[in-house]
Ligand binder design. Structure first.
Ligand code: ATP
Length: 478
């Protein structure tokens, strides 16, 4: 008996993180993530969130919104359009910097079109036949200097074709050209004045937004890690340039705590600061939080100090004043500086799936469990009648209705298959608790327990407890 009990408890094998294939297969099999347009042979690197995937993703977004918007007095939310005036993308630098062969000057960080620089010396025909990888060696061989600082210090050319273009209205002409936003951030900057004026915000304050972004990535892949359509959860945090508080450090800490608080193993996370050569044109400091994915460390989250780059660009391009009037010092008008915490929503979901994925030996068997934090598990609770006998399922239905109505939890009612198979399914989708309604519950088998009692099984410890329905419902309400 003691031996049996011991064998039935799980122990985790010292296994590495799951392979990506194992996770992709579980996601498909259990309704988390399906290949996009599958019945038509798919569309490369597109993925659809299935019934459980959308629940998981929604819970991540709700938790994010609660933590970073609702529970903070210095934060408000926004939901801006995906299609914006194309001038927005000229001002932000996306139109100029994200097309054609792009070269960076390593010295002054200015960016240029490598083909244009070469064209001035060699002519359009000579340049049009060059391959991308020939652009940088050619710039160096011809000693073509940076028009801004005069140095010859070019990075390799990158062909960025990042922004998706489409046409607004019924005519497909250049005048109707619009872009699918490649980041949500700009929606916040262009509404800066609206938010300040309507919400009477005082510095420091932030605006949070969740929404889709589109990038025509040259190399998408690794499941949902890099796709052309994805969701971001972004914050622009506006500060007085004279404020000496370490807002950057405070955000870094808050975000680290949010991820690890969701159960992500801190040993699989690391912080990486961008080197000077690597910084984006708008940033004076950037750190990434990286996760150790099955293919190695990759960016999960980015934190950048954008200074007043965006607001000053939008002032210039729109001709509107975007200065903030200091309420404590009349006459003082400033362009706030910006700290930007930028989360990838899909990468966060992927990380949570990978980190929760566990294979455990139970007796001679291996069980797969998604050990989600209960706050993000797509299903809170499963009600499982022991068999399909009508009076048992009727009792279980009654309990199901009572729990759904009185607790507001997401409850799954599952009757098909053996009880063992149903437990396994719920382990694989991360349901924290399963409730079994058996013959004891309806008073037909005294050995199984008293009338109106059920068995509650814990996903992680596999411990089973006998509890009365009334005690269960009041515990769930709490
Ligand atoms: P990467 O270096 O991986 O291309 P990035 O530095 O371009 O990412 P940011 O512009 O900082 O990314 O975007 C903020 C966040 O949006 C990233 O940390 C990431 O989580 C997410 N993200 C960016 N591009 C993609 C993509 N193509 N697919 C999924 N998520 C993405």
């Amino acid at each position: 008996m003691v031996l049996f009990f011991f064998l039935s408890l799980p122990y985790t094998l010292p296994m590495p993180a799951p392979t990506l294939d194992a996770l992709v297969s579980l996601c498909k099999r259990r309704g988390f993530i399906f290949p996009g347009s599958e019945i038509y042979g798919g569309l490369a690197n597109t993925w659809d969130y299935g019934p459980l995937g959308v629940e998981l993703k929604n819970r991540v977004k709700q938790l994010w919104w609660k933590t970073f918007v609702r529970e903070r007095a210095d934060m408000v939310g926004l939901d801006a359009s995906i299609l914006m005036n194309p001038k927005v993308w000229e001002a932000s630098g996306h139109v100029g910097s994200f097309t054609d062969p792009l070269v960076d000057c390593k010295n002054c960080k200015q960016r240029f079109r490598g083909d244009k620089l070469l064209e001035e010396k060699l002519g359009v025909e000579a340049v049009s036949v060059l391959k991308l990888e020939q652009v940088q060696p050619m710039l160096v061989a011809e000693k073509i200097p940076c028009p801004s600082c005069g140095k010859v210090a070019w990075t390799e050319a990158k062909k960025f074709n990042l922004m998706f273009k489409t046409h607004q209205g019924v005519v497909e002409e250049d005048a109707a050209l619009v872009y699918m936003r490649p980041e949500t951030a700009q929606g916040i900057f262009v509404n800066f004045k609206n938010v300040v004026d309507t919400m009477r915000m005082r510095l420091p304050f932030g605006v949070g937004q969740i929404g889709k972004a589109f990038r025509n990535e040259i190399t998408p892949g690794n499941f949902t890690f890099r796709t052309r359509e994805f969701e971001q959860m972004e914050i622009e945090y506006f500060i007085d340039p004279e404020d000496k508080t370490d807002h950057f450090g405070a955000w870094q800490k808050a975000v680290w705590e949010w991820y690890t608080g969701l159960g992500i193993d801190p040993k699989r996370l690391r912080i990486r600061e961008h080197g000077k050569d690597e910084l984006s044109h708008y940033s004076s400091k950037t750190i990434d939080i990286e996760y150790n994915f099955p293919w190695g460390f990759g960016e999960l989250f980015g934190l950048a100090n954008r200074g007043d780059f965006d607001l000053s660009q939008h002032e210039k391009f729109s001709g509107q004043e975007l200065r903030y009037a200091d309420p404590d010092h009349e006459q003082r008008k400033i362009l706030p500086h910006v700290i930007e915490p930028s989360f990838g929503c899909d990468r966060t979901v992927l990380t949570l799936l990978l980190d929760a994925y566990t294979e455990e030996k139970v007796g001679d068997d291996t069980r797969v469990v998604l050990k989600f934090d209960p706050r993000i598990a797509p299903i809170d609770l499963a009600i499982l009648p022991l068999s399909k006998k009508e009076h048992l399922t009727a009792k279980a239905q009654e309990l199901y209705k009572k729990i759904v109505q009185e607790t507001g939890l997401t409850v799954d009612f599952d009757v098909s298959g053996s009880i063992g198979k149903r437990y396994r399914r719920h382990d694989e989708i991360g349901t924290p608790k399963c409730i079994t309604v058996d013959f004891g519950t309806i008073g037909e088998d005294a050995a199984q327990g008293e009338l109106d009692t059920v068995t509650i099984r814990d996903r992680d410890t596999l411990k089973q407890e006998r509890v009365t329905i009334s005690a269960l419902v009041s515990a769930l309400k709490r």
